[in-house]
Design a protein around this ligand. Structure first.
Ligand SMILES: [Zn+2]
Length: 295
């Protein structure tokens, strides 16, 4: 019997993170390139449209409050979903690949009522999304790799997002939840990826983007130690990639070798340092690291 594996970003719960770290190795993995003809059977709850082991399929959903915020600001309720799609699509396309892996990102028109989300805790908020996903989202709207709900939950401030690893422990594809999308509602690709001053002035945009990629990354099977943190001598800042993110401050990440054998710097050795949450994955991650739910 498996427990539900939920990975918290920004969580202070050490014991939970250790539990997750201990279970990562047990996640059932399907490696695309080394085992292309595997007879792995994919989960039943998705339609044929999404049962395609030769592509990455992601669905993005939004709550009614986010939809309304988009309408008020941009006159288009899909603005932030489109921006998130562009970010994810660009960053997954930039990863190294030895195979041709089309990326399909489906923007759902199904608006999730904000009031179905229990905002009293992260666990309850996540469970609300999970039960709505299982009971109210049609198979055609679901994706095999990732199903992210973009929300605006100001009541919960400590944690910014959470996402499930792929596994053989559920009857549905991995889901994730992103809280407080607000910093991205006023942003765009140019601001996120080309404005240098933005590193210092609008870090919430970068952190939100990093968290978006972090949770999608978990749904795809990526782990914290696939990230990196480096000191940029020119800019005199530390750059932390999305999978490592704020875990750069956690003792078990300081100065260790990451998944690829690269050293994650020890942030304690730097005084008053600015950390930039990079909006791009570690380029050493490639499509062979992506896992699928199996039963
Ligand atoms: Zn995480």
């Amino acid at each position: 019997m498996y427990s539900t594996r939920i990975v918290y970003n920004m969580s202070k719960e050490v014991s939970r993170r250790e539990f997750i770290a201990g279970t990562v190795g047990a996640v059932s993995a399907y490696t695309i390139t080394s085992n292309p003809n595997s007879s792995v059977r994919f989960i039943n709850s998705v339609t044929n449209k999404f049962i395609d082991k030769n592509s990455i399929n992601i669905s993005l959903f939004q709550t009614s409050k986010v939809s309304q915020m988009n309408k008020d600001i941009h006159n288009s309720n899909m603005y932030v979903l489109n921006l998130c799609k562009e970010i994810i699509s660009q960053e997954l396309t930039n990863l190294q690949s030895t195979v041709d892996m089309p990326i399909s990102i489906n923007l759902s028109n199904h608006i999730i009522p904000s009031d179905i989300i229990d905002k009293t805790s992260m666990e309850k908020a996540f469970s609300s999304w999970e039960s709505y996903f299982v009971n109210n989202i049609s198979d055609e709207e679901k994706s095999l790799n990732a199903n992210l709900l973009i929300s605006d939950i100001p009541e919960i401030v400590e944690t910014k997002g959470l996402g499930q690893f792929p596994c053989s422990c559920r009857n549905h594809a991995p889901i994730s939840l992103l809280l407080n999308i607000k910093p991205l509602v006023w942003s765009n690709m140019t601001k996120l990826y080309t404005e240098k001053s933005h590193v210092f002035s609008s870090s919430s945009e970068l952190f939100t983007t990093s968290t978006l990629l972090h949770e999608i990354g978990h749904n795809l099977g990526l782990t914290h130690d696939m990230g990196y943190a480096k000191y940029d001598k020119e800019q005199k800042i530390i750059k932390s990639s999305p999978m490592l993110s704020s875990y750069i401050y956690e003792d078990n990440m300081k100065g260790i070798e990451n998944y690829f054998g690269d050293e994650i710097l020890n942030i304690d050795e730097y005084d008053n340092i600015i950390v930039k949450y990079e909006p791009s994955f570690n380029p050493k991650i490639n499509y062979e690291h992506i896992q699928y739910d199996i039963i």
